[in-house]
Design a protein around this ligand. Structure first.
Ligand code: BTN
Length: 257
């Protein structure tokens, strides 16, 4: 795949993430471009934004709808220490929540492991690709999709389960404003993580999944039960109906509530 020409967006006030923002009007998926750039040695903190994705992907082989001008769809290239990798899910979901709170009056919550909801409807989803060379973590690509101007009622598949910032605010919301506040929030959180600052407590306050009855697709089975706790590494502890406990790592599951 050849990387198409991009325009460079003026970068906001950040120290690492967003120093370089590349905008592509229409591409299959920002994840593919980011992966190619990782292999070419592109700098940590580079953000790849799409005006439209023609094959946007979600977790577990799902699609992510990003028709022109509707969703903020981006990937961020990071080169974190291995010990930080498990916390990237928490960092990204928290950054989405904080950025939405900063530019709107909305109060989004996190549905474990990596969705952001408003009134039970999906506003944003996050996908993280880790790229290893042998045992060494070469890079992590954080893919974030936020429904900014999407009108879910135009898409029967998601009309009952998705929402967007403009629908919730009943006004236009600018994708550029969301982009800037998002990279600034994530930049702050990521710098803190690198210095060993904990984010677990802050993240837990925004998590709506604790204490709920859930069904979880875990490896080849479906586990059902009560969410007893979520550990500091982001793993979820489920109490089955027979009273036994199972711990599930965020990277490997789907959660149905
Ligand atoms: C999910 O909810 O399953 C995750 C959705 C992730 C979507 C984003 S949009 C930007 C990046 N490029 C993609 O193709 N997917 C992620």
């Amino acid at each position: 795949m050849n990387i198409p020409p991009a325009s460079i967006i003026k970068h906001p006030n950040t120290s690492l993430i967003g120093k370089s923002i590349l905008f592509y009007p229409s591409i299959p998926s920002t994840m593919d471009i980011a992966r190619k750039m990782v292999n070419e040695g592109t700098k940590e903190g580079t953000v790849i934004v799409a005006g439209e994705q023609t094959s946007g992907r979600g977790r577990l082989e799902r699609r992510w709808l990003s028709p022109p001008g509707t969703s903020l769809s981006l990937s961020i290239i990071l080169r974190p220490a291995l010990k930080i990798l498990p916390q990237l899910n928490m960092a990204a979901t928290l950054a989405v929540v904080q950025s939405v709170e900063r530019i709107t009056s909305l109060k989004p919550v996190i549905k474990w492991p990596n969705d952001v909801l408003i009134d039970g409807k999906k506003l944003s989803g996050i996908l993280i690709d880790s790229i290893f060379q042998g045992n060494e973590l070469k890079a992590a690509i954080i893919g974030i999709g936020i429904n900014v101007k999407l009108n879910p009622s135009a898409f029967p598949d998601i009309s009952n389960i998705a929402t967007s910032l403009s629908v919730e605010m009943n006004r236009e919301v600018s994708r550029r404003d969301v982009l800037y506040s998002l990279v600034e929030e994530l930049d702050n959180i990521y710098q803190g993580l690198a210095l060993g600052e904990p984010i677990y407590e802050k993240w837990l306050k925004k998590l709506e999944t604790l204490g709920k009855m859930v069904k979880v697709k875990w490896r080849d089975t479906i586990e059902e039960g009560y969410v007893e706790s979520v550990n500091a590494d982001g793993s979820l502890v489920l109490k089955r109906h027979d009273g036994s406990l199972i711990t599930m790592v965020a990277g490997e599951v789907t959660l149905h509530i």
